[in-house]
Design a protein around this ligand. Structure first.
Ligand SMILES: [Zn+2]
Length: 197
């Protein structure tokens, strides 16, 4: 084999190696509920609320005071007595399922955002109908349960809605309101993450 032929063979081997190298897949995010176009998102990330109706977009207000460290996504009026399926917003394993005071059912997923680990907490999920378990790998759009009922134990006696919270790191953090804007920096605004997909 001539030098030129050897060089040609080497180049084609290298080209093949480059072509078959694993592709870096960009993180993929999607909304957790169906029919998002007109779904109210009143209690947004970082909003300061109290139980006083003057300081709260929810009518009637829930009982919490503080800066909301999540995004609340509301139901449509005709969903109050219907199953509202909830889907994974990102790719990653389930790291917690259970019933937590104030939330009713909770499922937490571990994902990556901008090459850093984050946790995604879904609150007010029906705890008796969680369809996945810890260590199950969820892909974007995988259904894992339905919202808990309106103001009953399933939702922690809150209105029927989804509390979706993204926290930096891998630790399980339940806190859904914080007492200072500085503490919000440990969390990420889900609207920014999902809208940037
Ligand atoms: Zn909330």
């Amino acid at each position: 084999m001539s030098f030129v032929a050897m060089l040609g063979a080497l180049i084609s081997v290298l080209a093949g190696a480059i072509a078959t190298a694993p592709q870096v897949v960009a993180p993929d995010f999607a909304w957790p509920l169906d029919a998002m176009d007109n779904r109210p998102k009143l209690l947004t990330f970082g909003l300061y609320v109290t139980p006083n109706p003057d300081n709260n977009p929810i009518d009637p207000p829930e009982r919490w005071t503080g800066y909301h460290s999540a995004l609340d996504i509301e139901i449509y009026p005709d969903e109050i007595d219907k199953d509202v399926p909830v889907y994974a917003v990102c790719n990653g394993p389930v790291i917690f399922t259970g019933e937590v005071n104030g939330y009713g059912g909770v499922i937490i997923q571990s994902c990556e955002y901008e090459s850093e680990p984050i946790t995604v907490l879904y609150g007010h999920i029906n705890p008796y109908r969680i369809e996945k378990k810890v260590d199950d790998i969820l892909a974007v759009g995988d259904r894992f349960g339905v919202l808990g009922g309106h103001k009953n134990r399933e939702s922690g006696y809150n209105r029927k809605h989804l509390h979706m919270q993204m926290h930096r790191g891998s630790n399980i953090v339940f806190q859904g309101y914080v007492s200072s804007p500085q503490e919000l920096s440990a969390y990420i605004d889900p609207q920014k993450v999902i809208n940037s997909k």
